[in-house]
Design a protein. Structure first.
Length: 291
């Protein structure tokens, strides 16, 4: 597995942001870097197996940047919870790219990360050379968002990684039949961090506040105009076979509006698919290798 460097970058408002920088030993300057953007409550560790394999690939190694948004992982928490929104987080991603000298990249956005890419397509479209949207599109399902709200609201605490993995498998196992025990252990290691001798979710609990105030009886906002801009890029859209957040209907409309958009299904996975899972990794890497 490739090593990475932890880098700390100052956001425009002074908050400290953390990223993992997987830089190949060999010269990969001719290839576009890959910037990985995680889901709402997740962090850079989610992408470690994926980033390591891309970085260490013998034929076409790439630099990979994996980000902790503000309030997640090793990035600082924000005293103003209203700043936990895709607009501010998009500005943070752009600040990271500027600080690292990344004028253009291939972006991989899982869930929240894909929403950030919709905003980026409207603000700085030239920054995006190509993108992978992992189980996300311009329209999301209320059912899936309620699932996320309810799960994050529990704020569970565990004695060890095995107990955390047991919990994850019990909650998410029905929509992830493709995962093995090691996958659940790896997921637990990515999600939780030790605090006072116990394992807790590695994010600011204030992240869930906006979800608690949402009126799910009303239609959720959509990003179709922004998607029209994003769909002008080389785009791979991944949908988890059992996803409750990203519907087949939305995926079908995305294909109609972006006829050159490539799509694939993560078999045996729900929201959000593990990109390093063998079949999905090969499909994703094949897309990246063409750029």
């Amino acid at each position: 597995m490739a090593d990475f460097i932890s880098r700390f970058i100052t956001a425009t408002d002074g908050l400290q942001l953390h990223v993992r920088d997987y830089a190949p030993v060999s010269d990969a300057a001719a290839r576009l870097p890959v910037v990985c953007l995680p889901g709402l409550s997740r962090n850079s560790r989610d992408f470690h197996p994926f980033a390591s394999r891309l970085c260490a690939d013998a034929a076409s190694p790439r630099r990979v940047i994996s980000m902790d948004y503000r309030g997640r992982g090793r990035s600082s928490r924000d005293s103003d919870a209203t700043h936990y929104n895709v607009g501010v987080e998009c500005a943070d991603v752009l600040a990271v790219c500027d600080a690292l000298g990344i004028a253009q990249a291939i972006f991989v956005g899982t869930s929240r990360g894909g929403l950030i890419l919709h905003v980026m397509a409207a603000l700085q479209p030239n920054r995006i050379a190509a993108a992978v949207l992992n189980d996300i599109g311009p329209e999301i399902e209320a059912e899936g968002l309620r699932d996320i709200r309810d799960y994050l609201s529990r704020r569970t605490v565990f004695d060890d990684v095995d107990a955390a993995a047991d919990h994850l498998e019990a909650v998410h196992g029905p929509t992830f039949p493709a995962l093995a025990r090691q996958d659940w252990l790896d997921m637990a290691d990515a999600i939780y961090v030790e605090e006072n001798g116990r394992l807790v979710a590695d994010h600011d609990p204030a992240l869930v506040a906006p979800l608690l105030t949402m009126d799910f009886t009303q239609p959720l906002p959509t990003l179709w105009p922004q998607y029209a801009l994003l769909a002008q890029k080389a785009l791979l859209v991944v949908r988890g076979e059992y996803s409750r957040l990203f519907s087949e209907k939305t995926l079908a409309r995305m294909k109609v509006q972006g006829p050159n958009v490539e799509t694939t299904t993560a078999k045996g996975q729900g929201h959000a698919p593990l990109l390093h899972h063998p079949d999905l990794f090969e499909r994703t890497k094949g897309f990246l290798d063409g750029r």
